[in-house]
Design a protein around this ligand. Structure first.
Ligand SMILES: *[C@@H]1O[C@H](CO)[C@@H](O)[C@H](O)[C@H]1NC(C)=O
Length: 231
């Protein structure tokens, strides 16, 4: 079968699969494009930075953001910095999490603003070579803890470059939330975080994103149509 025929078949399929009942959240041409892009690299997700990053699957690509389905099998190491500025939280958080543990370097670092504590949570993704909680080193710092995130659908804006300050990140968050509001997707404010994929010593080609979890049941219903994409 030639690629032209495949294309025609996909177009036909997409007409069948996408009923306009839900207000045509995805136009079918958009979905076909998306099918092609996901079919190309089924496991690739998020910026490529040459070190291990968490597995996820892009389920929707929009002009200004994408939705990723993230699994819940991975382990993260995290610390909470109360009464802290963004700059000091990232530096202290980095040393606390990496010092005693000796992990392979991975990306990204998640920095979550916690307004009620006037500070930030800083978390690192633990290499997937550590599969079992029992294989984790014992943390010598009581302020450092491990956790497995819940599986989630995340809305992501980025990557963007430079050395963003907390204000720069906050502006990107506003941009992301505007786009989600426009598309009628509900999100969990508390899950808002900054994702930094670049070492502080890297000056060019830096990559950062902002994330927020999609929550509403209704939103998942509207996304249901994406099950048609190859898994
Ligand atoms: C942060 O500030 C609050 C209010 O001043 C204080 O009660 C709390 O103990 C501080 N936390 C830390 C870890 O210093």
């Amino acid at each position: 079968m030639g690629s032209g025929q495949v294309m025609v078949m996909l177009l036909l399929l997409s007409c069948v699969a996408f009923e306009p009942a839900d207000g045509a959240f995805l136009s079918w041409s958009e979905s076909v494009l998306q099918l092609f892009s996901t079919a190309e690299q089924p496991s690739a997700c998020g910026p490529k930075v040459g070190i291990e990053t968490p597995k996820c699957k892009v389920i929707l690509k929009k002009r200004d953001y994408e939705l990723r389905r993230c699994n819940s099998k991975e382990i993260w190491v995290e610390t909470m910095l109360e009464n802290s500025t963004y700059e000091s939280a990232t530096i202290t958080g980095f040393y606390r999490c990496t010092n005693s543990l000796g992990f392979e370097i991975t990306a990204p670092v998640y920095i979550t603003p916690v307004p009620r504590s006037n500070g930030y949570k800083v978390a690192f993704f633990v290499s997937s070579r550590i599969k079992n909680v029992n294989d984790l080193p014992t943390s010598t710092d009581p302020e450092v803890y491990f956790y497995r995130p819940e599986g989630a659908v995340k809305a992501v804006l980025g990557p963007f470059g430079g050395f963003p300050t907390d204000k720069d990140y906050a502006a990107k968050v506003v941009e992301l939330k505007k786009a989600l509001d426009r598309d009628g997707l509900k999100y969990d404010e508390k899950s808002t975080l900054f994702a930094d994929y670049s070492s502080p010593l890297q000056f060019r080609n830096r990559k950062q994103e902002v994330h927020v979890n999609i929550i509403s049941h209704n939103a998942f219903e509207r996304l249901h149509v994406l099950k048609w994409l190859p898994q």
